[in-house]
Design a protein around this ligand. Structure first.
Ligand code: ATP
Ligand code: MG
Length: 314
């Protein structure tokens, strides 16, 4: 498909007077993973529901897979794992997938094959006779994923896909997401797990009280403040003096008491200053032991964009 899979412009959603989404713009390219971050109540699920055509926007426009939101053509190519989904408990995994596969119009013989394939793929193979009432939280998420994927959608909305899943299961779901991306599918992910988002996403957007406060690739979001960590065996007296004379902003990292090293985080203004510091550090009697760049983590960017960074570090 040429052009973006999702394009949203000036989207506002009001529930009576309450604005859950305010003037949201975004565009998602095919074959990429787009993640939406934000605190509880930020509007993430509301945005997915608007994009699915479940909720009507109050203002603005949204197109999905080249169609206006909610169109039947678009819906056929969309998969959706809702947050807090509750599937009828009397179903087993296979009967639930049979039901959803039927709704999606997949022919009977094809359904058989796909049900077996997806149960295995999400790690529920061998548990076919268990009813959903007997599922653990992780199993519920897994069957939810299979339900979202059984009709081979091009675009998949996953609202907190690893909620309640153990670390091994989270890794499996992450690998599944990367596999789907390799197959050329587009993923729209809502998550609170920043480490996970960092590992799978191409682009990330941060919603704060319905407003999109940041949007960009991971490199764009986390590359804004490059710094360098210098680690010495002993107090590097010459290096310290040089930092002062050159007026290079720096912080002594004493937060990690267990570390045997004297570490400085340094913010050189230019390549030239960095070069000088590297040379001097190598000659310092304190003994340089390591030197590495430090990017901001997604958590730094997230807390910063919500104005919470200082609060979190005190
Ligand atoms: N049907 C509704 N009627 C009234 N208010 C609603 C409705 N749906 C959502 N809201 C409100 O809109 C805001 C955004 O809710 P939403 O569920 O989109 O948040 P979220 O970012 O998905 O949060 P969470 O991380 O907790 O899932 C909340 O304040 C919520 O109370
Ligand atoms: Mg939500």
């Amino acid at each position: 498909m040429a052009g973006p899979v999702l394009s949203v412009s000036g989207l506002t959603k009001r529930f009576r007077k309450f604005e859950a989404l305010v003037g949201v713009n975004l565009s998602v390219e095919p074959g990429t993973v787009f993640s939406l971050l934000g605190q509880n109540g930020a509007g993430k699920t509301t945005l997915i529901k608007v994009l699915l055509g479940i909720l009507k926007p109050s203002e603005g426009t949204a197109r999905v897979l080249g169609y206006p939101v909610g169109s039947v053509q678009a819906r056929r190519k969309i998969g959706y794992l809702p947050e807090d989904h509750r599937f009828p408990e009397y179903h087993t995994g296979p009967s639930l997938l049979e039901f959803y596969g039927g709704l999606q119009g997949i022919p009977r013989h094809e359904r058989r094959k796909r049900i077996g394939f997806w149960l295995d793929r999400v790690g529920l193979g061998g548990r076919e006779s268990v009813r959903i009432r007997g599922y653990s939280k992780g199993m519920k998420q897994r069957i939810g994923l299979a339900q979202a994927l059984i009709h081979d959608p091009d675009l998949v909305f996953l609202d907190e896909p690893t909620d309640g899943v153990d670390p091994v299961g989270r890794r499996e779901i992450r690998d599944l997401m990367l596999d789907l991306k390799r197959m050329g599918k587009t993923l729209f992910l809502n998550s609170h797990l920043l480490g996970e988002v960092e590992l799978v996403s191409d682009r990330v957007a941060i919603l704060n009280k319905g407003k999109m406060v940041r949007e960009g690739s991971l490199t764009e979001l986390t590359g804004g403040r490059p710094s360098w960590i210098f680690g010495f065996a002993k107090d590097p007296t010459t290096f310290r003096k040089t930092l002062m004379t050159l007026g290079v902003p720096n912080t002594y990292l004493d937060s990690n008491q267990a570390s045997p090293f004297h570490q400085w985080e340094v913010f050189p203004k230019s390549e030239q200053v960095l070069g000088e510091l590297v040379k001097l550090a190598g000659e310092d009697p304190g003994g340089l032991r390591f030197l590495h760049p430090r990017r901001e983590s997604l958590e730094d960017v997230y807390l910063d964009s919500l104005g919470k960074k200082e609060a979190a570090s005190t």
